[in-house]
Design a protein around this ligand. Sequence first.
Ligand code: AKB
Length: 321
Amino acid sequence: MKRILVTGALGQIGSELVLKLRRIYGENNVVASSRSKKDTANKEVMESGPFELVDVLNSQQIIEATKKHNVDTVIHLASILSAVGEEKPHLLWDINMNGLYNVLEVAREKNHGVFIPSSIAAFGPSTPMDLTPQDTIQRPTTIYGVSKVAGELLCDYYYERFGVDTRGVRFPGLISYEALPGGGTTDYAVHIYYEALKTKEFICNIKEGTKMDMMYMPDALDCIVNLMEADSTKLKHRNAFNVTAMSFGPEDVYAEIKKHVPEFEIKYDVDPVKQKIAESWPNSLDDSAAREEWGWTPKYNLETMTVDMLEKLKEKLGNNK
Ligand code: AKB
């Protein structure tokens, strides 16, 4: 990667990824893009290097941005997540599928690489739930999951048929302190940290005992960079690598936070839609293909992530007691 365009750059992943990429590849070589400028967005993402307004539903805007900045890689993050998808399935299909199609078509014409995140949502209730294999049954029951499976296949097709260098991972729930996630099922695992410091009480919308794979954002960012920099000849899977760093339920993350915030309390008020989605996803993934093919290894587990999250959030919330 030398000159990179990031779509959806003001979201949870993009807000941190753009700054990391600019540190590695140079400020002017990483173009942040978004459909609109958000007031709540990290201004540094828009101001520390090139920024373009790109709606992924508008191919012309993608072409203009890639041409203007002579891009060799697009990291395509613009997407709608699982819970919002169940509220707005048509919008999800439009953005997740037509947006991806437009990005892949521009990549085919301009001959550049693409990173596309898939998700644990690409699995469903008939998938083996524990140590879910890399290659297994994929019959998801959410529109988000359906779009992810279709996206994985489309990316494989663009590689096989047109030689587009497509690569991707199946991200688990991502935990971070910079930008909040928007509309996912795993969002509780971010909000719990904020509430532990802000109100010392968290009302959890996912049932006790519901295990899902999770990852701390610094590991997720390394995933993207390391996979995109990996030797192409070593990749057998290319798209949709299982990756994980930890697997936990709400009671596990609560117990870990409580070690640092003893007065913290949790209550449950389960959201049936999110709970059904969570139960349809794996408890834990087998990510050995990513480990073997491009050396994936996470740095953080629940314990070390919790220490870092609480420290960074205390600074952010001005709560240094
Ligand atoms: C979601 O919960 O929708 C996302 C995901 C696991 O893809 N965080």
